[in-house]
Ligand binder design. Sequence first.
Ligand code: NAD
Length: 296
Amino acid sequence: MATVAFIGLGNMGGPMAKNLMGAGHTVRVFDLSEQAVAASVADGGEKAGTVADAVAGADAVVTMLPAGKHVRSVYTGDDGILSAVPGSAILIDSSTIDVTSARDVQAAAAEKGVDMVDAPVSGGVGGAAAGTLTFMVGGADKAFERAKPFLDIMGKNIVHAGGPGNGQAAKICNNMILGISMIGVSEAFVLAEKLGLDHQSLFDIASTASGQCWSLTSYCPVPGPVETSPANRDYQAGFAAAMMLKDLKLAQNAAQDAGAATPLGAEAAALYGLFDAAGQGDVDFSGIINFIRGHK
Ligand code: NAD
């Protein structure tokens, strides 16, 4: 069994660390929040006083942090991971961050001769608790092979998307499709209402015709047609609109840096920005239909 350092024990990191403990690994835990550390210690983690203490002598390091600036400072800052981790460790960053930060931090690890992957997830808090997350992984083949046994404990689908940063690239491209398609499906239902076409009829036709997509058939934004949709439980998240906005902004930043034209991605980011600014950030992202309809 390995010694794993886990840094960032929030809504996602806490249950992910618990699953590593459950598999028999020794897990050293660190977070700026005393409360988060206490919860992980109660799960069976060993409290570390600093990032450097957590990673000293570790076989693997997993980080689950809010954004690129946190990842940069935790890895490359004074007394950060790269200052104290053994060269033999495998580093796994599962935070959702910008592609540039992911590539810069992986390059800094490579300079020190340490294997690293970016491995953002989809599946949310439920998937983290159940150990059924999907990991989209970027990094060298060898780093992927070394990370996989740990990812297998925390997830169900582990996909190698290519070199450094490609896990982040896959995540934001997928979520840009999702944001755009949810708005498209929502607009179609609102138009159908105005034209006197009922929800179930539109669903029955579009779900077997060329309008078919995941936002319609698995996550339908109106109550009724798909039993498991958040629309049937007053749009409780699910996948919160604020999280969708974060990913759409990351996609827009990446598109600007890469010179890619993504006008619908930009429009989706603007609409989710307005939805969030209207105080709806905690609502499921499919609740955007109410905003499009002109209601809260
Ligand atoms: P969270 O805010 O609950 O947890 C983040 C944790 O990081 C907090 O406990 C915070 O104290 C800690 N932290 C921040 N800076 C730190 C530092 N310098 N050193 C140590 N600890 C530090 O966030 P979360 O919901 O767990 O999300 C984590 C990441 O996973 C984010 O990048 C998010 O976008 C991504 N994600 C979240 C979900 C979700 O449904 N919550 C789904 C997919 C991906």
